[in-house]
Structures are given as structure tokens and as C-alpha cells.
Design a protein around this ligand. Structure first.
Ligand SMILES: *[C@@H]1O[C@H](CO)[C@@H](O)[C@H](O)[C@H]1NC(C)=O
Ligand SMILES: *[C@@H]1O[C@H](CO)[C@@H](O)[C@H](O)[C@H]1NC(C)=O
Length: 365
């Protein structure tokens, strides 16, 4: 057996199999092309919305972004990418989630997702004012509403509804409420609110926020819990005894505990508010942070209690600038400035988020 005719037939079949494989690959790609990612909240997920508003909470100058593509200081409060950028890459959507307020975004960028987050924002309505007039959570929802009608005029109502339903929504907020509002810099809320009452205030706002997102049609909400804030370099500095605080740098347990207390109630709230057709996943990053703080060397970090920019104990935003001294190796620091992780830390933290992204993607197959 095996004349030239059979060989030719075999060739044709093989060729078609290859085409089929390519076509399947193509279908997979277009499927993930239908998936969009949105972010709401604070600096942990803000890729530069604050560049477009009047505020001092900015990071669109060096050394921010020194490890970003082309070393561009985009407005991200780190040397490179954020957790949400890693999430978008991982889900096969795109490598960077751009800021919504960039009015020059292409339709393709808009359709695959944007961030509405604003560095300095929080659930407490007072927080965005205290941190320099940044974008409040209700205002971020307004922008999302505007976004929705903008794309509706382009792709129609039905496709818009599907896109909104299928998309992944990553939320990160609350840190600034505790740092800038409750414990310091103002400490205003602590004068009139016990911690349980403050939790209650934040939960009301969180509830409104989630309600709005669900009402607008969001199908997969991923809420990231708070980190152990007491271990952030600036917190350690400001809450330490001024005499030995610069030498004996220890996490402020009271502040980390307050964050963890918030996490427990927020997790419960997420569960309560789930709907049959809309999931709300609570993802804890607290343990991942703690693992790193407790044994930084294990993760290849040299320093966890001071940051890379400047003296490493104070500088953030405009105080971390082109005149600041920079550590020789950014990657061996947990923190880039005194309140924000380095890109490498974000990539490690993303591992806590990945299983939830997997779960969402599986649900779409
Ligand atoms: C807007 O995008 C276009 C195409 O990518 C680019 O040529 C132009 O410089 C951008 N404009 C601004 C203001 O960024
Ligand atoms: C910088 O730190 C990272 C993480 O510990 C390490 O892998 C890398 O080799 C270091 N680079 C240099 C030039 O020392």
C-alpha cells in the first residue's frame, strides 16, 4: 500500500488537522478577547487616573515606573506593573490595564477593560478629600456608568450587557481609610468613632458600592482584602518611638489587627451580597504579605521594613522624586516607596489572586 495518491491524501488530512488546530487556537484567543477587566479603588490598582485630575497624590514622574516598559512613569505607584496588570496578562486579555481618564484610549483598549481607581481613595467619603481631592468610590461608579453608555453607542446594548456581565472587577480599597483617616495623618475619625463603629461606616459604603456595581450588571467581582498595614515602612516610622524607631523597626500590631478586623467583616459582606447570577469573591492578600514580612529572605528580598526610594522610611508620592536616592537593586526590596510594594512583590501577591481568576475563566468555558 502507499502509492502517491494515498500519500497525497495523507498530506491533505494532516494539513487539515493543522488548520483545525490553528482555528481552535484562534477561537480560544477570540474568547479571551471578549473578556474585560475593570479595577476600582486606590493606588494598588490605579494605573494613572490621578494624572488627569488636580491632586498632589501623583506618581507620574521618575523614579516611579523605572522598570515599566520604556521606563515610563505612568502614574502607577511602583517601579513597574500592578497586581491588576498581572491579572490581565494571566487571563490573556492584555499586559496593562490603562486608566479610564486617559481620553486617548482606543476602542479596543476600552472594550478589554480599564481602571477607574484613584490613588488615595477609600470607602469613607472623607478619605478622598483628606488625601488631596482624589476620585471617590461613588464618582468611580459614575465614570463606569459613563463608560458603559460610551461603549453602548459603539457596540450596541446587547453586546455591552454581555461584556459587562462577563468581565472581571477587581476592587482594592480601605487602606487609606485606616492610614490617612482613622489612625493618622488626620486621625479625625478616631475622635468620634470607636473601631467597631468605624467598621460599620465603611461597611455601609462598601455595601452601596457593591450594590451599584451589581445593579450595573457586574458578574464577577473580586474584592481584595487589606494588607497588614502596620508593617508598611511609613507606618512603622510614624508609629515608632522617635528615639529608637529608626533602629528598631517593628510592625505596629494594632494597625494590622484593625485591617484584619475589617477583612473579616468585609468577607462576610461579600458573601451576603452575592446573587444567583453574580459572584463576589473575597481574596485575602494578608497571609501572603505576612509570609513575606516574616521571612523576606525566603522570597529573595533583602529588605522588608524600609523602601527603595529615598531614605526608605518616609518618602511617598511627591516626596519620592527624581532627586531621591534609589536602592541599588529594586527587586530585593518589598516596598518601592514607603507605602507601595515593588513590582516583584506585586507579582508574588498575584499568586493569591490567580486561583480566583482561574475559577472565573473556567466558568466561561
Ligand atoms: C493619542 O494616540 C495617538 C495614536 O496612538 C497618538 O499618536 C497621539 O500622540 C496620542 N495623543 C495624546 C495626547 O496622547
Ligand atoms: C536583585 O535582587 C534579585 C532578588 O533578590 C536577585 O534575583 C538579583 O540577582 C539581584 N540583582 C543583582 C544585580 O544583584
Amino acid at each position: 500500500m502507499g502509492g502517491p495518491c494515498v500519500n497525497f491524501l495523507r498530506f491533505v488530512i494532516q494539513f487539515q488537522l493543522i488548520l483545525l488546530a490553528l482555528a481552535q487556537k484562534q477561537t480560544l484567543r477570540t474568547n479571551s478577547g471578549n473578556l474585560a477587566i475593570f479595577a476600582f479603588g486606590d493606588s494598588f490598582v490605579d494605573p494613572g487616573n490621578n494624572n488627569y485630575i488636580r491632586t498632589i497624590s501623583k506618581a507620574n514622574f521618575p523614579p516611579y515606573g523605572i522598570d515599566f516598559e520604556n521606563q515610563i512613569p505612568t502614574g502607577r505607584f511602583t517601579n513597574g506593573r500592578l497586581v491588576t496588570d498581572y491579572a490581565a496578562s494571566y487571563a490573556g486579555i492584555k499586559d496593562y490595564v490603562p486608566p479610564y481618564l486617559d481620553r486617548n484610549l482606543s476602542m479596543e483598549e476600552l472594550l478589554t477593560g480599564v481602571s477607574f481607581a484613584s490613588a488615595g481613595s477609600g470607602y469613607d467619603p472623607l478619605t478622598p478629600t483628606l488625601t488631596g481631592g482624589v476620585i471617590s468610590m461613588p464618582k468611580q461608579i459614575d465614570h463606569f456608568r459613563e463608560y458603559k453608555s460610551r461603549i453602548e453607542t459603539q457596540i450596541g446594548k446587547e453586546r455591552t450587557e454581555a461584556l459587562i456581565k462577563n468581565a472581571v472587577y477587581v476592587i482594592s480599597a480601605g487602606s487609606n481609610d485606616f492610614l490617612f483617616n482613622y489612625f493618622w495623618v488626620s486621625g479625625i475619625r478616631r475622635l468620634s468613632y470607636s473601631l467597631p463603629r468605624y467598621y460599620h461606616l465603611l461597611m455601609q459604603q462598601l455595601q452601596h458600592f457593591l450594590q451599584d456595581l451589581l445593579d450595573l450588571g457586574a458578574g464577577n467581582i473580586v474584592m481584595m482584602g487589606l494588607p497588614p498595614l502596620g508593617c508598611f515602612p511609613l507606618v512603622i516610622t510614624l508609629k515608632s518611638n522617635p528615639i529608637n524607631g529608626f533602629l528598631e523597626r517593628q510592625c505596629v500590631t494594632r494597625i494590622s489587627d484593625a485591617a484584619q478586623g475589617f477583612n473579616q467583616i468585609a468577607k462576610q459582606k461579600c458573601k451576603e451580597m452575592e446573587r444567583v447570577d453574580s459572584q463576589i469573591y473575597y481574596v485575602s492578600l494578608y497571609e501572603s504579605y505576612m509570609d513575606i514580612f516574616q521571612d523576606p529572605k525566603k522570597f529573595g528580598f533583602d529588605k522588608a521594613d524600609t523602601s527603595c526610594c529615598g531614605t526608605g522610611i518616609l518618602e511617598v508620592s511627591i516626596f519620592c522624586n527624581r532627586r531621591s536616592r534609589l536602592c541599588p537593586n529594586v527587586s530585593d526590596h518589598v516596598f518601592f516607596d514607603s507605602l507601595h510594594p515593588t513590582e516583584r512583590t506585586y507579582s508574588l501577591l498575584f499568586e493569591a489572586l490567580a486561583p480566583t481568576i482561574d475559577l472565573i475563566l473556567q466558568g466561561k468555558q
